[in-house]
Design a protein around this ligand. Structure first.
Ligand code: EPU
Length: 308
């Protein structure tokens, strides 16, 4: 959203080993720890954020895996092994900092199907796995096969899909941090994957303010049985709240569940607008819209080990 303050400390590890070392050293010092992926689903409060932000932005590696040996062994086979026929299924493996659009593009170029429903979802793989990124056409955890995690005690573990219980927009990882993940895809054709990616991107461009400064959907859609099947955007729209603003933060006239920074909004503006939407929708419908975006602020709670 291009709002918010500064980090007290910023660590930018360049590979998975450095990420583990960075997180462990922040934890050993008892500092608040904030893991920053692509930042696409995040509002950082104004002011200085105490503690250490560990950014995964430099951890961009993606490679194919053919089903033998350790999927996370980045060096074997080499990342640029020659094009070869791989029997279905096929795996893409990536470090946490790889971009979601980059992964969708890679699957498209290979003609591997399974994540085209994520087309247009910004951010990084680590955040996507932790928050179960997705939309009406599927969720990332439909494809996640194995995850390499850093545990709160500093150990690195590889766990299969069955060891997790992902739910709507939350993989329920607790204080565990995603280092890398493998995605299980199916052999298809470049043309078929490309057609679905285009369809999804065109739909998004029509109904979402994709070129403006936003943090995606602000609220989770409430349980259908409680909202009569209406999503958060529709509830905000029907309440006549599109266009409502605080400073330069405005409820998108295109989609009610998007707040847009028109240029000079502050995090304080955005957070005040979120509060106002919550209370207006609660007054009108009795539903408390639950925030989907993450908010980082210094009062996030004493003793927390990972910022949320
Ligand atoms: N609608 C309105 N007014 C609005 C917005 C939507 O009436 O202002 C109606 C639409 O006409 C449609 C229904 O509400 O009938 C659902 O809208 P849409 O198809 O835009 O989907 P959504 O439920 O609002 C979800 C995800 C999006 C994802 C899209 C498409 C959530 C909270 N949102 O939106 O995810 O991009 O499906 O897959 O689950 C995000 O997570 O940041 C995000 C944007």
């Amino acid at each position: 959203m291009r709002v918010g303050g500064a980090a007290e400390w910023l660590l930018e590890p360049a590979d998975v080993d450095e990420l583990v070392a960075a997180v462990n050293s922040v934890r050993e010092r008892g500092l608040p720890l904030w893991i920053l992926g692509g930042g696409a689903n995040l509002i950082v409060a104004d002011g200085v954020l105490p503690g250490a932000v560990v950014a995964t932005d430099r951890l961009r590696r993606v490679w194919r895996w053919h089903g033998d040996g350790d999927p996370f062994a980045f060096d074997a086979p080499p990342p640029h092994f020659p094009e070869r026929q791989i029997e279905a299924p096929a795996w893409l493996v990536a470090w946490a900092g790889e971009s979601m659009p980059g992964l969708v593009n890679r699957s498209k170029a290979l003609g591997w199907s399974g994540i085209e429903g994520l087309a247009g979802v910004p951010g990084s793989l680590g955040g996507g796995v932790a928050m179960n990124a997705g939309g009406s056409w599927g969720e990332l955890w439909d494809a996640v096969d194995r995850v390499r995690l850093l545990e709160p005690d500093g150990n690195v573990v590889d766990l299969p899909r069955d060891a997790f219980a992902p739910s709507y927009r939350n993989a329920n990882l607790g204080d565990r941090i995603v280092l890398a993940a493998s995605l299980r895809l199916e052999q298809s054709t470049k043309a078929a994957v490309d057609a679905r990616v285009r369809e999804h991107l065109e739909h998004k461009r029509r109904v979402q303010p994709v070129t403006e400064w936003s943090a995606g959907c602000i609220f989770k859609n409430p349980p259908k049985e409680r909202s009569g099947g209406k999503g958060a955007g529709q509830l905000i729209d029907e309440a006549g709240l599109k266009g409502l603003s605080k400073g330069d933060a405005i409820v998108s006239p295109l989609h009610g569940n998007f707040l847009v920074n028109k240029g000079h909004a502050t995090a304080t503006d955005v957070l005040a607008l979120i509060d106002e939407l919550q209370s207006r929708i609660a007054d009108r419908t009795g539903l408390l819209l639950e925030r989907e975006v993450k908010v980082w602020r210094s009062d996030a709670g004493a003793g927390h080990s990972i910022g949320r």
